[in-house]
Design a protein around this ligand. Structure first.
Ligand SMILES: Nc1ncnc2c1ncn2[C@@H]1O[C@H](COP(=O)(O)OP(=O)(O)OP(=O)(O)O)[C@@H](O)[C@H]1O
Ligand SMILES: [Mg+2]
Length: 340
């Protein structure tokens, strides 16, 4: 089995009167990584759901390796070697990597000869750019290893068209590069064809061969990545006129007093782990403060604490100099808002 080509022709999907996909043509060359870009709600997930049989298009067709295919169910997609890797992990955490692989491939008899199975998996893995411990429970793996296991699981199940929906959002940048580098190597070796949904321009230019941009359900741009720089991608995604309307960055008023201040704030998660440790920071009037980090590093618990949904175990929060505990009255008085 080798990397297939994929086309959609005039793919259309409506939800009531709303047209989520409007006659979308997609052309994915075999053995390439094809990026699918678009704003929230542009129709990316709807398009790939039609490819993996979770949704049925109202019109148009899907052509796999030159043959029109009716992918009416996830089973039909699986039988055609089409697999999907999600943003969040779908491995069974308490099972080992080998057990997960065997489960994905199916066809196990009543009695499994594990030593033979694992030897076979080792040989299979030697032929890929990945190395993973096979006999370790998935829950013990780091995030990057889990995402590699998701991809390897698809390969082991003989899937040759992989659809990746934001595969790097839970990975640190170096892990993301390693995973995407391995995916590209597999594609360029002719073993995989990849459609990758991403919002990160850097990943598009560094790892994808071609790109298709959707806007409000329509294809607005497509072609080799080399023909697109970040400005052209942004214009295609949101429209050149809208991009020019975006306000210029205003000056930061250094002298403004801090509106929000955290003083040695420590927060524990539900399992009692200290996920925010001794955090001290301040945000002045007119500022936007970014907090960076891979998900699962205390961001959620920090926001919950700022909204009074979680008690800090140490430290203090001040708003405009006043002690703040996220009580309803305080939230109303200070005009604290949250946009999840
Ligand atoms: N089952 C559904 N019923 C009604 N409307 C839907 C349904 N699924 C999606 N939509 C709508 O179709 C549009 C496209 O949604 P879709 O999920 O494909 O966007 P997306 O490009 O994947 O966005 P995101 O980047 O947020 O994942 C959206 O306006 C969405 O609200
Ligand atoms: Mg989506």
């Amino acid at each position: 089995m080798k990397a297939p080509s994929l086309q959609t022709i005039g793919l259309t999907k409506r939800f009531g009167d709303f047209v989520a996909l409007d006659a979308v043509d997609l052309d994915v060359r075999p053995g390439t990584v094809h990026a699918l870009l678009g704003e929230n709600g542009a129709g990316k997930s709807t398009l790939v759901k039609c490819l993996v049989g979770f949704q049925r298009a109202d019109a148009g067709s899907v052509v796999l390796d030159g043959r029109e295919r009716d992918i009416g169910s996830p089973q039909a997609a699986r039988a055609l070697g089409v697999g999907m890797v999600y943003q969040h992990f779908t491995l069974v955490p308490s099972m080992t990597v080998a057990e997960n692989f065997a489960l994905a491939r199916g066809g196990l008899g009543a009695i499994v000869d594990w030593p033979a199975k694992i030897a076979e998996m080792r040989t299979f893995m030697d032929g890929t750019p990945f190395t993973l411990p096979l006999e370790v429970p998935v829950s013990n793996l780091a995030a990057g290893q889990k995402q590699k296991a998701e991809i390897l699981k698809q390969l082991y199940a003989d899937n040759r068209l992989l659809i990746l929906d934001e595969p790097t959002s839970v990975l640190a940048p170096d892990e993301a590069d390693e995973v995407l580098g391995a995916i590209r190597a597999l594609a360029h070796a002719g073993r995989l064809t990849v459609v990758m949904i991403t919002h990160k321009f850097r990943e598009v230019s560094a790892f994808a061969d071609d790109v298709t941009v959707l806007r409000r359900g329509r294809r607005v741009a497509a072609g080799p990545v080399a023909e697109f720089d970040a400005v052209r991608l942004a214009d295609a995604m949101i429209g050149a006129a809208r991009r020019r309307e975006l306000p210029e960055r205003g000056p930061v008023v250094q002298a403004a007093p801090p509106v929000l201040a955290l003083e040695g704030l420590t927060v524990t998660d539900d399992a009692g782990r200290r996920v925010v440790r001794d955090a001290t920071l301040s945000v002045r009037a007119g500022e936007i403060l970014g907090i960076a980090g891979v998900s699962g590093n205390g961001q959620r618990e920090l926001v919950e604490t700022l909204l009074g949904q979680r008690e800090p175990s140490a430290g203090a929060i001040r708003i405009s100099g006043e002690r703040y505990r996220g009580r309803r009255g305080e939230i109303a008085r200070h005009g604290v808002g949250s946009l999840p």
